[in-house]
Design a protein around this ligand. Sequence first.
Ligand code: RFL
Ligand code: PHB
Length: 390
Amino acid sequence: MRTQVAIIGAGPAGLLLGQLLYKAGIDNIILEQRSADYVLGRIRAGVLEQVSVDLLEAAGAAERMHAEGLPHDGIELLFGGQRHRIDLHELTGGKRVMVYGQTEVTRDLMAARAAAGLTTVYEATNVQPLDFDGDQPRVTYEHDGVSHTLQCDFIAGCDGFHGVCRASVPPQQIRTFEKVYPFGWLGLLSDTPPVSDELIYAHTERGFALCSQRSLTRSRYYLQVPLTEKVEDWSDERFWDELKLRLDPEARAQLVTGPSLEKSMAPLRSFVTEPMRFGRMFLAGDAAHIVPPTGAKGLNLAASDVGYLHQAMTEYYQQGSYEGIERYSERCLRRIWNAERFSWWMTSLMHNFPEGGGFDAKVQAAELGYIVRSRAAATALAENYVGLAL
Ligand code: RFL
Ligand code: PHB
């Protein structure tokens, strides 16, 4: 079998790349180790920057997002028992974010791919990228017990943090930078109306909490918890009780609780791989970098990597130019390090660091106060949250 671009991973990065390449007339096949239902069952991101919205439009998969997604002009910071609005729209000269779940983005991209008649091999096992340092890369895999070889011009490693592509690079060719945080997020999804029109990022002595949403009838909440906590030990009731303790009195009174549709734990990590191209193999999305979710940047970075990669491949196939390919890592990494900085900063600002001995909490309180008093400080937060123009 042969294709121009072999894409490994059918998460949002792989599916978006496949659609953009298809629109540019570039043939591609996706190999995914899980089933489509499993991929859709993972509840993750909820906030899209304009760059991601634009790329979904270019991919022809934006119709439902525009009909059902919720444009948000602000976020709320809750600390010292009070909420303070950050007016993203006003502070950034008219920018906003779109609240639309990763599950729905993935579903729309899957539907567009199916409508275009493109091949995705789900439940592909033993996927292995090979010979990407030469001119004839290939990917071997097994499906239904049969071994296959896919010949290609390029391999796109869109296989997430635990994928095989980054792991296939000889260690001397790759550098990684990592920071692991001493807590995780426990998330709960429920068919209950959101507690507030806008997202609430809450900093409390009991730890961080986030009130997010998927629609006017579906909410997503998160609690900062020690990494030692187990989901099984958190009944819905315990989750709601703890969330209430981290909200202001008005939100506490307004919170509508209900049975969970999903509950899961996510560790928090900052991680970057340099470079992101190894001969004819590219890493994109979580395969190359992870941000803690506090800044809502992970999916957006995956989308912007794919934007650069699709541009580079289009220039190569349409004009024979290698420039975009050679500059891929550098272009991506500039955006990535800015998002890493912002996500680390938001995480440091909003979470409880018990080992800080009280000093960290005092500095956090001073900084939060500064953000709501100073237009300059609020603008810095707002322009990073909606996405820096880089
Ligand atoms: P994914 O989604 O992990 O997809 C990778 C795919 O590759 C497959 N795979 C393989 N396939 C074949 N062979 C192999 N050997 C393979 N190994 C893996 C996997 O099965 C999978 O289908 O990576 P991708 O596409 O790069 O997308 C990245 C995003 O999923 C991620 O960055 C975001 O979810 C992060 N994130 C958020 N990002 C935002 O922009 N805004 C948010 O509000 C936001 N909130 C979040 C988040 C992530 C969270 N968690 C759970 C980590 C909230 C949370 C709680
Ligand atoms: C979400 O809705 O899942 C979400 C929203 C904002 C974040 C992180 C996660 O910062």
